[in-house]
Design a protein around this ligand. Structure first.
Ligand SMILES: [Mn+2]
Length: 334
């Protein structure tokens, strides 16, 4: 991992250290439908700032519901809905959100707060907020939070380390993805030395689901389509939150489907099109390496990383997949 430029981290540390020293109000938010990196970042930095004396409010945009795989994170019980945060805090911190839109109803705090600090690692982040720490080379936002906690001279204990490790393990695919670097393992080693139970963390994050998960998997993998001639090869399938419910699962269980589909050897791009309760579709893409799916997602109104990206579609399923096909084909022609 390339080291973060000195100045941006220093500027963020200064704002947060001053806020802590003066007992200022700080609101921290992750992106909508927060994942382990977003929540781990929010919870670790919130706790660190709290210990240094800030008045902290940790939140995320609605719907205010945590998946079971994340609700056990230390400090999760202290999260408050967006309706309960001060409208004009001294400092607003956005974590792991690649654009203001990903902050939903909380995006207004970027302007209403005295200072807004944006901490993120998405290549598609356009740069927003008055103080920016955006490092596309960082494998996870928690890596940047670890640096901030050091800058704030907050000691890492198992509570903080569990939150940081959860984000690091999730965004690196348990240290399997290309974003894993020597520094990633050095950070993991430092986190393990605090005494965290990394096996239990991983089991809760990645290897725990109700029995209905097997039923849902069979439905969704059973109707997967392989289209080797689209771009560098496409495998796709669809699912819906209603189907998840029929299998006794919360809608967020659909997030894990793409990790099964992306094993397909014949397709560089794997895609799961997820039907939402409001009739829209959320499209998740993964690349095995040859395709920049962030570029595809941006062209279709979303964002993400080179190997993992997504967007929303308000067209029907056929039109949604047709647009994806032509974007992938265009990517090959360029
Ligand atoms: Mn992340």
């Amino acid at each position: 991992m390339t080291a973060a430029p000195e100045a941006p981290a220093a500027a963020a540390i200064e704002v947060l250290a001053t806020a802590a020293a003066t007992g200022a109000t700080v609101v921290l938010s992750g992106h909508v439908q927060p994942d382990a990196d977003a929540l781990g970042s929010v919870l670790a930095l919130a706790e660190g700032l709290r210990r240094r004396g800030a008045q902290v409010c940790a939140t995320f945009p609605g719907p205010f519901r945590l998946p079971a795989s994340l609700s056990w994170l230390p400090g999760a019980a202290s999260l408050v809905p967006s309706t309960e945060v001060p409208a004009a805090p001294d400092v607003f911190v956005s974590l792991d959100a690649s654009s203001p839109g990903r902050l939903g109803e909380l995006a207004g705090l970027l302007d209403s707060a005295g200072t807004s600090v944006v901490i993120d690692h998405h290549a598609s982040n356009p740069g927003f907020g008055s103080v920016q720490l955006v490092v596309p080379d960082a494998p996870a936002t928690v890596v940047l939070v670890a640096e901030l906690l050091d800058g704030l001279e907050v000691e890492w204990d198992t509570q903080l380390a569990t939150c940081l490790y959860a984000g690091l393990a999730a965004d690196t695919g348990s240290f399997r993805f290309g974003n894993t670097a020597p520094g990633t393992h050095e950070l993991a080693a430092r986190l393990l030395r605090t005494g965290i139970d990394h096996a239990a963390i991983s089991q809760r994050l990645f290897d725990t689901a109700p029995f209905g998960w097997l039923r849902l998997l069979s439905l969704v993998t059973g109707r997967a389509e392989l289209e080797p001639d689209v771009g560098a090869g496409l495998v796709w399938t669809w699912a819906s939150t209603a189907e998840a419910r029929e299998c006794g699962l919360p809608g967020d269980q659909l997030e894990a489907l793409v990790d099964v589909v992306r094993a397909t050897e014949e397709a560089d791009v794997a895609c799961v099109v997820k039907g939402q309760d409001d009739g829209s579709w959320v499209v998740s893409m993964r690349s095995r390496g040859a395709t920049d799916v962030a570029g595809v997602a941006i062209a279709l109104g979303g964002g993400g990383h080179r190997a993992a990206a997504g967007y929303s579609s308000f067209a029907d399923l056929q039109t949604t997949v047709a647009r994806l096909r032509s974007e992938l084909a265009a990517g090959v022609e360029h």
